[in-house]
Design a protein. Structure first.
Length: 101
């Protein structure tokens, strides 16, 4: 039984050989064309908004209790429903009694 002593463990060229450096590593990228930085910035902001990055950062800034999450979700749903009722009827939204804490 023989051992292969000819291996070169210091040569890292074999590792990550299939990665290419000309492609971006992911994330959001925007190309600035003709030096129009303001347009590129608008496009970047739109991409960030669509990806939900800003919302995720805001959510991670502080801990929100599960009960508070449920209350926010319920309030948002109620707001959406009232808005929908207002647009369907074209009249005043139904009055809903609020409970005091």
């Amino acid at each position: 039984m023989g051992y292969n002593n000819n291996r070169n463990y210091n040569n890292k060229s074999n590792y990550n050989s299939n990665k290419s450096n000309d492609k971006p590593k992911g994330g959001l990228t925007v190309e600035v064309r003709n030096g129009d930085f303001t347009k590129a910035l608008r496009i970047f902001k739109k991409k960030v908004q669509e990806a939900g990055i800003i919302q995720e950062v805001r959510e991670r800034t502080e801990y929100v209790k599960p009960s508070e999450k449920r209350a926010k979700a319920k309030a948002a749903g109620r707001k959406r429903w009232l808005k929908k009722m207002a647009t369907l009827d074209g009249a005043v939204a139904p009055s809903v009694k609020r409970r005091r804490k």
